[in-house]
Write a protein that binds this ligand. Structure first.
Ligand SMILES: NC(=O)c1ccc[n+]([C@@H]2O[C@H](COP(=O)([O-])OP(=O)(O)OC[C@H]3O[C@@H](n4cnc5c(N)ncnc54)[C@H](OP(=O)(O)O)[C@@H]3O)[C@@H](O)[C@H]2O)c1
Length: 318
């Protein structure tokens, strides 16, 4: 079957389209999905899990149809149904291939009103934003939040989920060319992280959701209230994230809770997201679709800033 593979090392890698891998067979409770489209998160090439996997097939966001299930599968899904899924970071084989194996808790019925390509762009961005809003920040009705990278895939889902589901006041940071887009999603105010003083113009937010990291994250501390929360997901993760440490800024802002997390698969949340998309409450993310034979170009496109949509590889035409 056709599959994207990442060869070489984390520091010196090469992305290729191969046709040497065999179609996997589902065992136990597994579900075999015929992949119509798979989304690209370009930073995955720095995730260690990819290099620990046997086949080095990247991709965790897929949309397709159920081709087969393992002998012990006893869930509600049936053959031929259209589904979308986020495969776990440590899945033995990723989703950028004609067939992929998923676990039942990773899969949900695909939103009916959008294409497989649009659905394949959603799982990680939607689940990351969902987990940030409801589990990590515990935002409540009318909370005030700042999101950095508001025009990106994760940021765009955060703006919409916080605004539409919790009537939150959301301030976004984005490049000026993306202001209209971020405002249309529901942001109350959009500022440019290129302007030096953006952090002096925002005060007392309940929560910061950071998808950029680095200097942007450092400056965001000034905007949060004394007992607020900062949640960051930008790659590479800050050095304190994996050793139980705390960022230096915690000494200056002792009441502010700061945390980093890695998104987990959540089929139930994907089911909610699908119905919100079909109801028109949430908009899908803009996508740029590439055919499987253009997979290498798709990865190049996905790594560039300022692109028009999330890169998606289409393995089967709609
Ligand atoms: N920890 C997790 O579980 C998790 C889950 C999902 C994603 N992530 C990470 O979160 C980050 C955002 O993901 P995404 O899918 O939303 O990415 P994306 O679609 O590329 O969006 C990132 C946004 O950040 C802005 N940005 C500001 N400074 C940037 C810079 N120096 N380089 C690149 N972009 C910059 C860009 O906005 P403008 O164009 O408006 O400037 C861009 O739209 C990525 O690093 C991704 O790997 C982590």
């Amino acid at each position: 079957m056709k599959a994207v593979q990442v060869l070489g090392t984390r520091e010196n890698h090469r992305i290729v389209l191969s046709d040497t891998l065999l179609r996997p067979s589902p065992t136990g409770h597994q579900i075999l999905i015929k992949v119509h489209a798979a989304g690209i998160t370009a930073d995955e090439v720095i995730w260690p899990e990819l290099y620990a996997s046997t086949h080095r097939v990247p991709g965790h966001d897929i949309s397709g149809t159920i081709e087969a299930v393992g002998p012990e599968y006893d869930g509600p899904l049936s053959l031929g149904q259209s589904v979308y899924a986020m495969l776990a970071a440590d899945s033995p084989q990723g989703g950028q291939s004609e067939y992929a194996i998923a676990m039942p808790n990773e899969v949900a019925i695909k939103p009916l009103s959008i294409s497989h390509a649009q659905a394949a762009a959603l799982p990680i961005p939607a689940l990351t934003a969902w987990e940030a809003v409801f589990s990590r920040m515990k935002l409540t009705q009318g909370s005030k939040a700042l999101v950095t990278g508001a025009s990106g895939a994760v940021g765009a889902m955060f703006v919409q989920i916080a605004k539409k589901l919790l009537s939150a006041e959301v301030i976004g940071l984005a490049s000026p060319s993306k202001y209209d887009f971020v405002q249309e999603l529901g942001a109350t105010k959009v500022l440019d992280y290129g302007s030096l003083d953006w952090c002096d113009k925002i005060h007392g937010v309940d929560a910061v959701f950071d998808t950029v990291g680095g200097e942007v994250l450092t400056k965001a501390w000034k905007t949060v209230k004394q007992d607020g929360v900062i949640v960051t997901v930008g790659d590479p993760a800050p050095s304190w994230a994996f050793n139980g440490g705390q960022p230096e800024e915690s000494q200056t802002y002792p009441g502010v809770k700061c945390l980093h997390f890695i998104v987990s698969p959540d089929g139930d949340a994907l089911t909610h997201v699908a119905s919100l998309i079909d109801d028109g409450a949430l908009r899908p993310i803009p996508v740029q679709v590439f055919e499987a034979k253009e997979a290498v170009e798709a990865w190049k496109y996905a790594s560039h800033r300022g692109r028009k949509g999330k890169a998606v590889i289409q393995f089967l035409s709609e």
